[in-house]
Design a protein around this ligand. Structure first.
Ligand code: DON
Length: 585
């Protein structure tokens, strides 16, 4: 079983990461120094967009220059990525947007996560022998939840934007209709996923040439069906996707390929604006995504635990520093497995999990010299004297900052690279496979090796638990100083944790914090994952403490961040993946 979980984690890490082709110039274990605009400063009055794809960053920056605010630019970037970064940018998936409104000094969380179709049920991915049918949960039409992206982007635009939807979506309609130049990253990525994506005629037609050959860097990719869908959205708003022609095309796809999403499910999709989950860590405060993402709660929980130790007195990424982070991670992911789910369906004890009192009790259980075994760590809120409710792992991030100090931190996804791999015939976009983020069977690992239980069981209209962690950090006066987030499935939360620790405890700038090598632990499997750059001396010491050190995954995540210092914004697009960029340049 343990081997199976390990295998699943390593397959998922590969599914999530960009493919490195033999002729690319890479430095430092897959660091792409392909763009001059990876790390870039501008004056705050210009505003800034940082995303995984340079055309999309520019679309956002152009919207800022045209008088749009951070939300307008985020919406424009979100739509553009659906065309230029089809492995993760999407209109057939879902995500989370954190918005800091400068004038109101308020941060809000927009939940546009996919919802299970009404006909979904707990055991829908179990085979007759009671085991999980992973193929069905990840690569069938049934793996798709009702997409939330279009509703989420339009909600944000209409409530918090300054421009019209038409103005923000227009550049993207043009990109889809008139095409754009295929980047080396997109060319490689499509080539590497050919075996999976060619299975559905619609997907094959949209992403490969009519003669079956690959798009090469410099070729033009035109997506007329997607352009028509985007134009319907531009003309009719949410109804252009959730009703009418687009909805019919989605339902036709379902009927042809055994999917569950109905016209009613589409019409019933709802965006939820939520209170973000916020906390304090040393001299800063931060807000991040609340459930149905587990990201914010466990990010704050881990920071609270680590606040009980003077990390700055330990050398950065020394064994002593890594050990404490691992022990905090181990506990947080154990808690995640039991307590976290969609708060509209199950009571989630967020307040208790992020309390300083719980963190103090948990940190007292950590021995600074010795690793614990995950077999001895359990979800532990019972150590608090509190009445708990009885009920009981390709994504992309972007950050936007405008000249008024409004900030957007947005992570959205199709789940795996290219989601389910199934494109809606006639509508030109890929369906997510987010249903695999539910627990199909207690204790059975999902695509990221994550285990869970009843709180995250499948139910009609429920949202699958996520790890996406769009985050905004504030200084002591409450002014935003960092917007960050990452792809990486289950590793997202620990990646954002390390960004914050690098900057707060180790005083790194955002570029240095981004480039620093990362580790990851998620309770089960009981392994420390690490990137090249973590010293072998530290690793040997960790092993001597009792940690099980796993062979190196290539890279962990791909953060897209903006930090502010005085009147200067500094953008940092993670060099771990190809193609990201800061705009304007
Ligand atoms: O919501 C989640 O936690 C996952 N569906 C995210 C997937 C992901 O980050 C894939 N990326 N590399």
């Amino acid at each position: 079983m343990r081997h199976l979980i390990l295998l699943l984690v390593s397959i998922s890490i590969q599914l999530c990461s960009a493919l490195v082709s033999a002729n690319e110039v890479t430095v430092n274990n897959g660091f792409y120094l392909d763009s001059k605009a990876r790390f870039h400063p501008v004056f705050a009055k210009q505003g800034m967009v940082v995303s995984q794809e340079k055309i999309a960053s520019k679309v956002g920056a152009d919207i800022l220059a045209a008088g749009g605010n951070a939300v307008d630019a985020a919406v424009a970037t979100g739509f553009a990525l659906a065309v230029t970064l089809p492995r993760a940018g999407n209109i057939g998936g879902g995500g989370f947007m954190l918005v800091h409104l400068a004038e109101k000094q308020k941060t809000i969380a927009i939940d546009y996560r996919e919802m299970a179709p009404a006909a979904a049920y707990k055991n829908m991915f179990l085979r007759i022998d009671g085991e999980v049918d992973h193929n069905k949960a990840r690569y069938s039409t049934q793996s798709a939840g009702v997409p939330g992206t279009v509703a989420g982007l339009i909600y944000a635009q209409q409530k918090y934007g300054r421009l019209s939807l038409n103005e923000t979506i227009k550049p993207t309609i043009n990109l889809a209709r008139h095409g754009f130049e295929v980047s080396p990253d997109l060319s490689d990525s499509l080539r590497s996923r050919y075996d999976r994506l060619r299975k559905y005629p619609s997907t094959k037609r949209y992403y490969y040439k009519a003669n079956g050959s690959f798009y090469m860097p410099g070729d033009r990719l035109l997506q007329p069906d997607l352009g028509a869908t985007l134009a319907r959205i531009g003309a009719y708003g949410v109804d252009g996707f959730y009703k009418g022609k687009t909805a019919s095309l989605i339902v036709n796809q379902m009927q042809k390929t055994g999917g569950l999403i109905t016209l009613d499910d589409l019409a019933n999709y709802r965006v939820v604006e939520r209170e973000p989950v916020c906390g304090e860590y040393r001299a800063v405060s931060l807000c991040a995504m609340p459930p149905p993402s587990s990201g914010g709660v466990h990010l704050i929980q881990m920071l609270n635990i680590l606040e009980n130790w003077q990390l700055s007195e330990l050398s950065h990424n020394s064994a002593a520093h890594l050990h404490l982070m691992i022990e905090a991670m181990r506990q947080a992911y154990a808690d995640r497995s039991l307590y976290l789910g969609d708060p509209d369906f199950v009571p989630v004890p967020s307040r208790e999990l992020i309390s300083k009192e719980y963190a103090a009790k948990l940190s007292a259980l950590i021995d600074s010299q010795k690793a614990r075994s995950s077999a001895t760590i359990f979800p532990s809120l019972n150590i608090l004297d509190t009445n708990l409710p009885v009920e009981s792992p390709e994504t992309t991030h972007f950050a936007v900052w405008d000249s008024d100090g409004n900030v957007v931190s947005n992570t959205y996804t199709l789940n795996f690279s290219y989601g389910s791999g199934i494109a809606v015939e006639g509508a030109g976009f890929l369906l997510n496979n987010e249903m695999d983020d539910f627990v199909s069977k207690p204790g059975a690992a999902n695509g990221y090796g994550l285990v869970g239980g009843a709180a995250n069981a499948i139910e009609g209209y429920k949202r699958p638990l996520s790890s996406m962690t769009p985050t905004i950090v504030f200084d002591a006066s409450g002014a935003p100083i960092l917007a960050t987030g990452s792809p990486g499935g289950s590793t997202i939360i620990t990646i954002v944790l390390q960004m914050i620790i690098n900057m707060v405890d180790y005083n790194m700038g955002v570029a240095e914090a981004t480039a620093a090598p990362r580790i990851h632990h998620q309770w089960l499997p009981d392994k420390v994952y690490y990137e090249t750059g973590i010293s072998s001396d530290s690793l040997k010491l960790l092993e001597a403490m009792g940690h099980i050190v796993h062979e190196n995954p290539r890279v962990l995540g791909a953060t897209q961040s903006i930090s502010r210092s005085g009147s200067r914004l500094q953008g940092a697009s993670d060099p771990r993946r190809h193609g990201g960029s800061v705009a304007p340049q």
